[in-house]
Design a protein around this ligand. Structure first.
Ligand SMILES: NC(=O)c1ccc[n+]([C@@H]2O[C@H](COP(=O)([O-])OP(=O)(O)OC[C@H]3O[C@@H](n4cnc5c(N)ncnc54)[C@H](OP(=O)(O)O)[C@@H]3O)[C@@H](O)[C@H]2O)c1
Length: 282
């Protein structure tokens, strides 16, 4: 498939269902990686101020030659920037670093409730105002737990269009997915391959040998079958292409059930639980 399937977000706008993740991709590598991902067919690029690569990502977007209106660019507000004046300045820096005048989607990266002294709603309101000004087309949460989503709902402000959370067969996060969707919010899976751990899982390897479907595609097709948006990261063009082609894969109900059987619950979490995230990172 040369194009990307789209999913409708909570605000009624579309997001390409497969995006390219750029976490742990240092700034000098990001330009070539993003340009290659776009060449492969990706139109949705996921970055964050926390990743320290917005300049490289922006260069990759520019050298790709693909018109801005055909790209879907996502970044995230960093934890130390939640105070409203800081949040606004952080968004402006992100736009400068990416060399864009608008983001397609801007997320609050982590609520980090233990140390955050700024009410989430005050930070959220900065995103709402930026959306009204056209600096960001859609706004969303990342790592939103039910209490965070309820806080925004109860404020009467517009709801997040998406909630980007850790999801993969080891940690399907089903209750949070269900709750998020009950509020009309679209769910995105971060670390959809469990940061690479799933590609060597014996169940996935055996399934790949039996079906002839590459491991990356098996895992990503599991997400796509649940209407989740996925943002896998890969370093080589071959892996980028393999992952992108997961849109053409339909898994059998037996294969999906076997992947569901990999459930580990909290033991399968690869990142921080949102309730224990610290202001200055992991
Ligand atoms: N919102 C948040 O808090 C949050 C947190 C974490 C991640 N994210 C986003 O989610 C994106 C994806 O998560 P992630 O980067 O942590 O991990 P991931 O996409 O789950 O896994 C990436 C790992 O899998 C390997 N891999 C990818 N495709 C493969 C394939 N087809 N065959 C074999 N190995 C393959 C990659 O290796 P190579 O790189 O060597 O190819 C890399 O080590 C991030 O890049 C970021 O954009 C968001």
């Amino acid at each position: 498939m040369a194009t990307t399937r789209s999913v409708v977000m909570g605000d009624g706008l579309s997001i390409p269902q497969i995006g390219f993740g750029t976490y742990k991709m240092p700034d000098p590598d990001a330009e070539a990686a993003v340009a290659t991902a776009i060449e492969v067919g990706y139109r949705h690029i996921d970055t964050a101020t926390m990743y320290g690569n917005e300049i490289g990502v922006g260069r990759g977007l520019a050298v790709s030659g693909v018109p801005r209106e055909d790209l879907f660019v996502v970044s995230k507000l960093n934890n130390p920037d939640h105070e409203p004046n800081d949040a606004r300045a952080a968004l402006e820096r992100t736009l400068t670093d990416l060399a864009l005048d608008r983001l397609d989607l801007y997320l609050v990266h982590w609520p980090y409730p233990e140390e955050n002294t700024t009410p989430l709603v005050d930070t959220w309101n900065v995103l709402v105002e930026a959306q009204k000004e056209g600096l960001v087309t859609s706004i969303g949460m990342s790592n939103g737990e039910p209490e965070h989503l309820r806080e925004i709902r109860d404020s009467g402000l517009p709801m997040p269009a998406v909630n980007q959370i850790e999801i993969h067969p080891y940690l399907p996060n089903s209750d949070l997915v269900k709750f998020t969707r009950s509020l009309g919010i679209t769910v995105e899976s971060w670390s959809p391959i469990a940061r690479g751990q799933l590609v060597t899982d014996p169940v996935v390897v055996a399934m790949s040998e039996e079906t002839g479907i590459p491991v990356g595609q098996i895992i990503l097709a599991w997400h796509l079958a649940q209407d989740l948006v996925v943002i896998p990261k890969a370093s080589s063009k071959a892996r980028m292409a393999e992952n992108f082609a997961s849109q053409d894969v339909t898994l059998s109900p037996e294969n999906i059930a076997a992947l569901d059987g990999l459930y580990k619950g909290e033991a399968g979490r690869t990142g921080k639980h949102p309730s224990t995230m610290k202001r200055f990172g992991e």
